[in-house]
Design a protein around this ligand. Sequence first.
Ligand SMILES: [Fe+2]
Length: 329
Amino acid sequence: MYERLIPVELTYYLKLGDAVVITDENLIILDVNNQYKNITGYKKETIIGSPAKFLNSNMKPILYKSLRSVLSNGKSWSGVMVDIKNSPGFWYSFITITPIKINEQIYYVGITRSAEQLVVEDNYRRKEEQKELFKVLAISSEIRDTGIVDHLLNVQKLTEKFLLTLTEEKIYSLSVKYIDKIIQYSILHDIGKSGIPESILYKPGPLTFYERKIIEMHPLIGVEVLHKISDGMNYNIFNDIEIASNIIKYHHEKWDGTGYPEGLKGEDIPFEARVIAIVDVFEALVSKRSYKKPWSKKDALSYLKEQKGIQFDPFLVDAFIERVIDLSK
Ligand SMILES: [Fe+2]
């Protein structure tokens, strides 16, 4: 059996509840955890020492097209595997691969997470309204967080109020169609969390550097999910996919360029993402979470004000603070 010791830091990944595979820089598998072994159905002795691509038989090779080039640039890669053979509808699972350099050696850590909750059956798709479908998709990405349904719906409601205020008060001239799309897609902003290991997403203590890096992949994973869902649908469900994609990809960008995933600055951040960034943070602050008490609206608005021109678009955040949130209610 092929054996090569992996650095101790990497062994922590093997303790995750999700299926994890670790390879060397040539994508030769160095170790996997039991979950990975169970999912692939191979014995550990067979997997270790094999090139990662030997598993292509049950992972669609087309999804790996961009893998090599992205990883060779030192970036993370994430993709969605779609299996249409064994179940009705589609079965999605996600893999994120992060290059990690330790003692001048590059290792790749791949974390997979199955997402059966995204199974969307044919009949259901046709009957239900798009809105309901988006809600299900959005909620399924964080299914274990009971407060998430309210958070997502509140983000959507507040986005609507914000955008209507901006147009009614003639602060911005936005078309009804555009506003409508932003409202519809706002609920999907965190859909990429479906690709983040739950052990990290719901970790009670502080996150390590690498765990934070993994969480910060959710906007990019979200865009992959969006495209895979869109491609898998028989009809054109996202007729303005760019708006949805901008919201999902850029809602953690910051006005001063210190956000992620791309570090976009100022008006380079799409308008719809700047709007959702404000609403998402405000709503998260005033909500009760398992790890925190709800902030008062006043405190949340003070935070937004502090972050004016740093995290948030100064013009938009002023409008939000002054005209959207009613402190008397
Ligand atoms: Fe997010």
